[in-house]
Design a protein around this ligand. Sequence first.
Ligand code: PPS
Ligand code: MG
Length: 206
Amino acid sequence: CAQVATNVVEQKHQVSRLKRSRALGSRAFRGSTVWFTGLSGAGKTSIAFALEAYLVSKGIPAYGLDGDNIRTGLNKNLGFSKEDREENVRRVAEVAKLFADSGVVCLCSFVSPFAEDREVARRIHTDSHLPFFEVFIDTPLEVCEQRDTKGLYKKAREGSIKGFTGITQEYERPEAPELIVQTVDDSIEESTMRVIRLLESEGIIP
Ligand code: PPS
Ligand code: MG
């Protein structure tokens, strides 16, 4: 068992969430996390980054954390085994919690194929009284594989990528996400609008 820190005591901030939000230019505290899950090629990054652009254009601070990007920095020591994906999601959720606490709408786009790991991400937020919205980008495997924007499905079928989600590793569909987005007949703009409607109905967007 790895060494863990003991004798650690929580240190309380002097600044409230509302005060911090005001310094960011927001009248109200809007800090929250939108967690996009779905197969590779489902549209997570496109929708999350379109939403980021929309929020920022409305003067709402937002920041997108994306699997491909995080895996070249913070999580560059992690691969795609079940254990590494669990740690990937856990670390990102902890970072997202900090963004949300700071008053930013944090947009996380990660395959996050395991329900247990997504539940951990949710708990990390709800334990700190921060809104967490799980958005399932429900694009069928056949469609993702047809698109194959990065050529990864081809490689996975040929056997040169091991443990590829949907091909040689499982994807556990969310059972009770806050929103399901079906991208097949919709444009990126239309899919993004569905998430915007959710955030409006939840009071994150005024
Ligand atoms: S996870 O499951 O949440 O830890 O994955 P994530 O951090 O989102 O990284 C997924 C991106 O990495 C590329 N890639 C793979 N995806 C799935 N399975 C395997 N084995 C794999 N190997 C590399 C791929 O570009 C994923 O990005 P998206 O945007 O989902 O296609
Ligand atoms: Mg992506």
